[in-house]
Design a protein around this ligand. Structure first.
Ligand code: BEZ
Length: 308
């Protein structure tokens, strides 16, 4: 059995028709039908229900389809990784969610560039969800995100949990509460949630936090991104929960007040393909932990032992 046989089989299943599958594969229908027949002979079982229209798989065909798609995705992954390893100029592509730019990410990337001058480092902003797909397609090598999205092909490491703060107008009575406030204090406020990218996203995370405390926000409004949300806060329209790194965004009339609930945090994950264990990724971990050490940020030392 060859990969091409799997590609043909998958096309027939997905198109539910030999004619359409042959068009998709740019081949004639008779050789495609022969290929599927040969495959059925080799497997000793029927893969399609005879006479069904549109074409349906048998239970063996359905099982084979699920594994064939995984094998094809794996082959693509191996192909793109091998190309990358063999290319003259080594490139590491990093996906990141925008909010990390206000924290330690720029410093980590800068320091990594200094320490790995032979590497071309490319960075691209994308949602955590898009990072998972981009990792699987070989479009990025690592992804920095905030969501706990599970995928069997992707390995996800929790780097740290960043505390959350509330951005509010300086005229707001809570804006002078230096030691902080609780989620329950702000549940009735007009809040901005960002971004408006497809869910799950950071908005989902913040709303889940309120739910876990048995609180329901009543006056929420979505904003495209953090800059828009903070601009509206500066205009006195409402408040917005942001990771504490965003305190670096200084706008007139915007104060940041810490959230004191123990679980008012946003995790920061590094995701990579499960099969990857390159020296470049190990060096990236080393660099992240160096910055954490310089900043006095606690992290799981055991984690660092796994990679360094
Ligand atoms: C941070 O802002 O703490 C951070 C950002 C990216 C990777 C690790 C940490």
């Amino acid at each position: 059995m060859e990969l091409r046989d799997l590609t043909c089989f998958v096309a027939v299943v997905e198109e539910q028709s030999f004619t359409k599958a042959a068009e998709r594969l740019f081949i004639a229908q008779p050789p495609l039908s022969r290929k599927i027949q040969k495959l059925e002979q080799e497997l000793g079982t029927q893969l399609f229900e005879r006479g069904s229209r549109p074409l349906q798989t048998t239970s063996a065909g359905h099982f084979f389809y699920q594994h064939a798609t995984k094998l094809l995705a794996n082959a693509e992954e191996v192909k793109s990784m091998t190309k990358r390893v063999g290319s003259a100029e080594r490139v590491i592509r990093m996906g990141f969610v925008a909010s990390l730019l206000y924290g330690l990410l720029p410093r980590i990337i800068y320091s990594y560039r200094q320490q790995q001058p032979q590497l071309k480092v490319e960075v691209v902003e994308m949602s955590t969800k898009d990072q998972i797909q981009a990792l699987k397609e070989g479009k990025i090598d690592v992804g920095f995100g905030r969501l706990r999205i599970s995928d069997p092909a992707v390995r996800r490491v929790l780097l740290r949990e960043e505390r959350l703060t509330v951005a509010m107008h300086s005229s707001h009575p809570f804006s002078q509460y230096k030691q902080g406030i609780f989620l329950a204090d702000i549940v009735d406020e007009h809040q901005f949630f960002y971004p408006t990218t497809p869910k799950p996203n950071y908005t989902t995370q913040i709303q889940a936090l309120f739910s876990e405390h048995g609180l329901t926000t009543k006056r929420g409004q979505e904003a495209r991104d953090i800059q828009l949300a903070l601009g509206l806060v500066a205009a006195g329209e409402g408040i917005c929960i942001v990771p504490e790194g965003a305190n670096a965004i200084q706008l007139p009339y915007v104060n940041y007040v810490p959230l004191m609930d123990a679980d008012a945090v946003s995790p920061i994950y590094l995701a990579m393909r499960g099969m990857d264990a390159s020296d470049d990724i190990l060096a990236l971990f080393h660099c992240i932990f160096q910055v954490f050490d310089q900043e006095g940020i606690k992290y799981d030392k055991e984690l660092s032992q796994q990679f360094i």
